[in-house]
Ligand binder design. Structure first.
Ligand code: HEM
Length: 119
């Protein structure tokens, strides 16, 4: 049986560590930090973990808002999307996730472009 992306990433424990690290990086990334100032980071980490787990084949349920609704009014741009993806790549690498899985996650994150940019 082929393993799901969720299983290949190492399940909820490893995914939670990646999201935790990536959001800590967002908070100090000059391209993203202003967006996250004053936000409830523990809540965003929980929702980000649910979203990532559910989207990669895990049993978790995503309890956050619709992506398009969440990002409407931000007018986020391509540079910010790349910066966000870069932070996830760095977080996955620091968690020892392999290149094949990193590339798969990058492609999935990029695929949300139309739901998060210029809204
Ligand atoms: C790869 C694409 C992206 C995904 C999958 C994504 C996912 C999410 C999710 C799941 C949430 C939580 C939803 C909720 O609050 O109920 C969220 C919130 C947020 N996202 Fe994104 N996001 C993406 C790109 C971006 C970009 C490019 C920016 C802009 C810099 C951004 C800025 C934010 C901010 C500021 C929040 C917090 C909103 C609030 O609590 O007021 N996101 N995102």
């Amino acid at each position: 049986m082929t393993e799901s992306l969720y299983q290949r990433l190492g399940g909820v424990e490893r995914i939670a560590a990646v999201v935790d690290d990536a959001l800590d990086r967002h908070a100090v990334n000059p391209l993203l930090a202003p967006r996250f100032r004053g936000k409830d980071m523990p809540r965003l980490k929980l929702l980000g973990t649910q979203f990532f787990c559910a989207g990669s084949g895990g049993p978790q349920k995503y309890e956050g808002r619709d992506l398009r609704i969440t990002h409407t009014g931000m007018n986020a741009n391509e540079q910010e999307l790349i910066a966000a993806i870069d932070d996830f790549v760095a977080a996955m690498q620091s968690q020892g996730i392999g290149a094949a899985e990193v590339n798969e996650v990058v492609a999935i994150l990029y695929s949300f472009k139309g739901e998060v940019l210029r809204l």
